[in-house]
Unconditional design. Structure first.
Length: 132
């Protein structure tokens, strides 16, 4: 058997937030045959501006049911890294169908429209292996 160790690094800034709504979801695509080893989230600048009084980022499976990283407060000043280490976890939600690609959702939720943010940056790393 063969496998690859891969990392997807995605950074979202306030300028990526274009929804005139309190939420906006982005999708990170993972290939068929993958298993997530860990997910890490770190914000380097607080999401502020406009009439926002709070902003969180949540990383979940695409069904929106299973939180991989629960709502992280990215309105506050940058703090410690948040993450999920899943190696060895027997959760079926983390072992997707081998024959189809699976996406991970990144959900921003603000107290007001997210497109009013004038500052903010968060980076998400997903380390996974692909079993071929």
């Amino acid at each position: 058997w063969a496998s690859e160790n891969l990392v997807i690094k995605t950074t979202y800034t306030f300028s990526d937030l274009t929804a005139s709504a309190a939420t906006q979801t982005f999708t990170i695509a993972l290939p068929a045959g993958h298993i997530i080893e860990f997910i890490k989230l770190k914000h380097s600048a607080a999401f502020t501006g406009g009439s926002l009084s709070s902003m969180t980022v949540r990383v979940a499976d695409t069904s929106g049911v299973a939180d991989l990283i629960s709502a992280a407060n990215v309105f506050q000043a940058p703090a410690e890294t948040r993450g999920t280490y899943v190696k060895g976890t027997a959760s079926a939600t983390l072992i997707p169908n081998h024959d189809t690609s699976t996406d991970v959702s990144v959900l921003f939720t603000g107290s007001h429209n997210v497109d009013t943010a004038t500052a903010g940056s968060v980076t998400i790393w997903i380390k996974y292996i692909t079993l071929l």
